[in-house]
Design a protein around this ligand. Structure first.
Ligand SMILES: C[S@@+](CC[C@H](N)C(=O)[O-])C[C@H]1O[C@@H](n2cnc3c(N)ncnc32)[C@H](O)[C@@H]1O
Length: 223
């Protein structure tokens, strides 16, 4: 017998992602400031995105980042394919001004929408978990000319640069690959440029203390 409940899909896997349901764990999260790193009170806030009027958050889970951005006056759409994450987000943010919540696979959504945004961003979201060679060709045409693609996720550590697998059902269950795309800054830069983005800047923001794990932060623009 497997030792833990089995997820059949990645969306089901993400149904169990923090904050495990908000039920009994503090209720509505703090969305007073946009955060990009794993450390509280560390790194930039919404200014990392410049001054967009519209934005799309891909892989939004709690939607805290999107809601914090919306509270600065930006019209934000948050997309995630986990029904549990989106159900909870609808409970928390269903009446939030400037926020549209969409339950969908990011790839399918980007493929079918004819909307354009000033900014598409991933706050430890879909860009962390989707092959950039698949994601980026769908993101670029959805940006207005000069629009920004921005992302943040954990810094990869040498020697492991590239896709890294997590066994979604552990080692003793059904096969389910959850892949983290942990490229080096140079790999990210080359991949973004190869897919038509310009003015690419991918950096590592150091952790809060010397020697602590940092955050990969990237910005790239549509021509
Ligand atoms: C680490 S969480 C994002 C955390 C989020 N920034 C927060 O603060 O709650 C990654 C999210 O990406 C979503 N995701 C991954 N691949 C996706 C895809 N193909 N389509 C839609 N959402 C996806 C997962 O469902 C998950 O909710």
């Amino acid at each position: 017998m497997p030792e833990q409940p089995q997820h059949r899909t990645a969306a089901e896997y993400w149904d169990t992602f923090w904050p495990s349901a908000g039920e009994g764990s503090g209720g509505v999260p703090d969305a007073s400031r946009m955060r990009w790193t794993q450390y509280p009170f560390h790194g930039p806030g919404a200014e990392f995105l410049g001054r967009p009027k519209t934005a799309l958050e891909i892989g939004s889970a709690s939607c805290v980042a999107g809601v914090a951005l919306a509270r600065t006056g930006v019209e934000v759409t948050c997309v995630d394919f986990s029904s549990h994450q989106m159900e909870r987000a609808r409970e928390w943010w269903g009446d939030e001004p400037n926020v549209t919540l969409v339950e969908a696979d990011v790839l399918a959504y980007l493929d079918r929408t004819d909307q354009h945004w000033d900014c598409v961003f991933s706050n430890w979201g879909a860009a962390f978990f989707i092959d950039p060679r698949v994601l980026l060709p769908l993101v670029l045409p959805r940006l207005r000319p000069g629009g920004l693609f921005a992302f943040a996720q954990v810094e990869p550590l040498a020697p492991c640069f590239g896709p890294q697998i997590k066994y979604g059902n552990g080692y003793r269950g059904e096969k389910l690959a959850i892949v983290r795309w942990m490229l080096s800054n140079r790999q990210w830069t080359e991949t973004l440029e190869r897919h038509g983005f310009v003015d690419v800047e991918v950096v590592t923001l150091p952790g809060r203390e010397p020697g602590w794990v940092g955050t990969t932060m990237g910005r790239a623009y549509a021509p």
